[in-house]
Design a protein around this ligand. Structure first.
Ligand code: SAM
Length: 262
C-alpha cells in the first residue's frame, strides 16, 4: 500500500488542485480518487444504474455508435482508459468484428478485478486485456491504438491536459479520440432539478446501497468542477487533435467529445 492509500500526507510541491469541492495538494488527489473507487468497486455497476436511472447505458451506446468500429475482418485495437469494470470494452466487442481487441487501462486494480470477472463470464478473455496504469503516463508505446475511449474517467484525473496529450501520443495517425463525461446542463430549468437530484439523492442512495455516502458526494462534486463543453473542446484542440466536435446527451447532463489524430 502506498503512502497516499494509507492516508499519510505525501511530500507536496506546493501546487493545489480540487477533489470535489475541497482544495487539496496535487500529490494527494490520486490517492483520494483511488480510495473512492476502492470503496465503490463491488457495487459500481449497480450504483451506475440506480444513479442514472439506466441512462448511462444509452449514453455508452451512443459512444459506441459514434465510434462505429469495423464489423468485418479488419484488425482494430481500442484502448479504453479509466475503463474500470469494462463496460465500454464489452459494448465495443459486442459490436465490432472478430479481429477487434481492447485494452482496458485503469489506475485501480480493484475495478479491473471486477472487470476481469465480467470478461470471463462473457467469454471475452482472449480479446480483452486489463492493464493497471495512470491516464497521465500510459504504459504503452507511441502510436499503438486505432482508437482511444474514456468514459466518466477524465474528471478524476489530476492533470487533464497531460491525459489528453497521452491520448494523442498512443493513438496511431488517423486514430479516433472519444470522451464521454458529465457536463453542463443546457436546458433552462433542468439545471436546478438536476442539481437538487444530484446533491440530495445521490449521496443518500450511495449510503443506503453501500453504507457510505462520501464517495458519492465526491462524484457529484467532481461533476460540477469539470470544464463545460466548449472549454473541454478547446483543451482537446490544445492537445493536438483535429476535427474536434461534441454532442450533448440528455440536455447536456453528459457530453460526448470527439477528435482525431490527423
Ligand atoms: N469507464 C468506466 C465506466 O464508464 O463505467 C468506469 C468509470 S469510473 C466513474 C472512473 C474510473 O476512473 C475508475 O475506475 C477509476 O479507478 C479510474 N481512474 C481515476 N483516475 C484515474 C487515472 N488517473 N488513470 C486511470 N484511471 C483512473
Amino acid at each position: 500500500m502506498n503512502a497516499q492509500a494509507k492516508n499519510e500526507r505525501p511530500e507536496t510541491s506546493g501546487k493545489e488542485t480540487h477533489f470535489g469541492f475541497r482544495t487539496v495538494a496535487e500529490e494527494e488527489k490520486v490517492g483520494l480518487v483511488h480510495e473512492v473507487f476502492e470503496k465503490v468497486a463491488e457495487r459500481y455497476d449497480l450504483m451506475n444504474d440506480l444513479m442514472s436511472g439506466g441512462l448511462h447505458r444509452a449514453w455508452k451506446q451512443v459512444m459506441i455508435d459514434w465510434l462505429n468500429p469495423p464489423r468485418g475482418e479488419r484488425p482494430f485495437h481500442l484502448i479504453d482508459v479509466a475503463g474500470g469494470t469494462g463496460d465500454i470494452a464489452f459494448r465495443f466487442l459486442d459490436r465490432a468484428g472478430p479481429n477487434a481487441q481492447v485494452t482496458v487501462c485503469d489506475i485501480n486494480r480493484h475495478m479491473l478485478g471486477v472487470g476481469r470477472g465480467r470478461a470471463e463470464a462473457k467469454a471475452y478473455e482472449g480479446r480483452v486485456e486489463f492493464a493497471c496504469g495512470n491516464a497521465e503516463v500510459l504504459p504503452f508505446p507511441d502510436r499503438s491504438f486505432d482508437a482511444y475511449t474514456i468514459a466518466f474517467g477524465i474528471r478524476n484525473v489530476t492533470h487533464i491536459d497531460r491525459a489528453l496529450k497521452e491520448a494523442y501520443r498512443v493513438l496511431k495517425p488517423g486514430g479516433r479520440f472519444l470522451c464521454l463525461e458529465f457536463s453542463q446542463v443546457s436546458v433552462p430549468g433542468m439545471d436546478r432539478i438536476y442539481d437538487a437530484y444530484s446533491f440530495a439523492a445521490i449521496p443518500r442512495m450511495g449510503e443506503w446501497v453501500t453504507g457510505d455516502g462520501a464517495p458519492y458526494q465526491y462524484l457529484v462534486e467532481s461533476i460540477r468542477r469539470f470544464p463545460d463543453q466548449e472549454t473541454f473542446k478547446r483543451m482537446i484542440v490544445d492537445a493536438g487533435f483535429g476535427r474536434v466536435s461534441y454532442r450533448n446527451l440528455t440536455g447536456g447532463v453528459a457530453a460526448l467529445h470527439s477528435g482525431w489524430r490527423l
